[in-house]
Design a protein around this ligand. Sequence first.
Ligand SMILES: *[C@@H]1O[C@H](CO)[C@@H](O)[C@H](O)[C@H]1NC(C)=O
Ligand SMILES: [Zn+2]
Length: 415
Amino acid sequence: MKGLVISSLLLPLALAGVVPRAEEKVDYSGFKVLRVALPESTEDIEAQIEELAAHVLNPGKSAHLDVVVSPENIDAVTALAAESSVVNEDVGAALAEEGEFKAYAVPSESWFTAYHSYADHTLFLRDLQAGFTGQSELVTAGSSVQGRVINGIHIWGSGGKGSKPAVLIHGTVHAREWITTMTTEYFAWQLLTKYSSDATIRALVDKFDYYIMPVVNPDGFVYTQTNDRLWRKNRQTLSSNSCVGRDINRNWPYKWEVPGGASTNPCSETYKGQAAGDAPENRGLVAQVNALRDARGIRLYLDVHSYGQYILWPYGYDCSLRPDNDAKLRSLATSAASAIRAVSGTGYTIGPACSTLYATTGDSTDYTDVPGNATYSYTYELRDTGTYGFSLPANQIQPTVRETWAGVVSMLQGA
Ligand SMILES: *[C@@H]1O[C@H](CO)[C@@H](O)[C@H](O)[C@H]1NC(C)=O
Ligand SMILES: [Zn+2]
């Protein structure tokens, strides 16, 4: 993983002062992913397991927990669990299959065959836009805790800039979900590079204004490259607690206060923050959603995550409540899942978020559905279902971005 070490040297000097302290990069050699079934009536045991684990990979899920556990703690976790199985024997070896970072070259299809440093992702967007100045511009949505600008690209068609309803797409909300950076960049790449040669794409670009933000959690993403590959949250600190980070997808200011769908413990992977919308990243994203709502309205919002292979729609905060257009949300998701399956055979599960996966409060799609007045809001959970989890091998990048794009195209056609 030589590329990762090099990337840490590229961290802008201006940021050095706000990085809490130089920590060693976590070495996951010999760590296992255990899938753990909890004994009944045992909040306590769950807390003990979380304490022993290096990371919880699927925080919030009640049926079982997938946890990354160091060699020293494996026996202790296994002893606490009602049942456990090994999902991945060696996380370090799985991470090695992500491959080395590829040196940056002007945007081309080969970009989607390797993972890249944060600095190179920023260059990718800049250079892609520079090739299509007549129908795209770089946009921002506020900035992060450590002062990184949240970058994106706005793409429009024959109606001219800002003339159509918005399609808003967020990627890399959770820092470790690297496949989502690649996938959202692929959407922008396809829309711009195929516009002149592919009538299907041209019709879609002419139909909407696209706002694609591949990395909405830049501090967390950089931290996954410099310190801990499995970091999830932002990098916000508290004076009252040494644990770092708020979960950006539990901090949106809508139904944030509802109990049960996020954690109030700053050490948890799903820490909701001290107040609704108190993460700087969320302030920027909320302003972006509100501005698009007030301009031409939001037709489609996609929050792209991994992993699990789900397409989910509101609500996260209530398992029985459904949006008025639930049937249409289901029909677009059904068509997207079939389009994905037709490309590669990859199977997706679809449904309302809370009843299909688990309860979430302060999540993006509840915000975009109600305060954001978006017509359709979805969360995608990309490949896989746990074998590699967040560290999909490099040879799965292209298959994943291509199948996902087919799903999104079918949604855009129906939206
Ligand atoms: C919400 O969006 C619909 C179009 O989908 C529009 O007709 C309506 O005026 C919008 N409402 C608000 C409050 O923006
Ligand atoms: Zn996520």
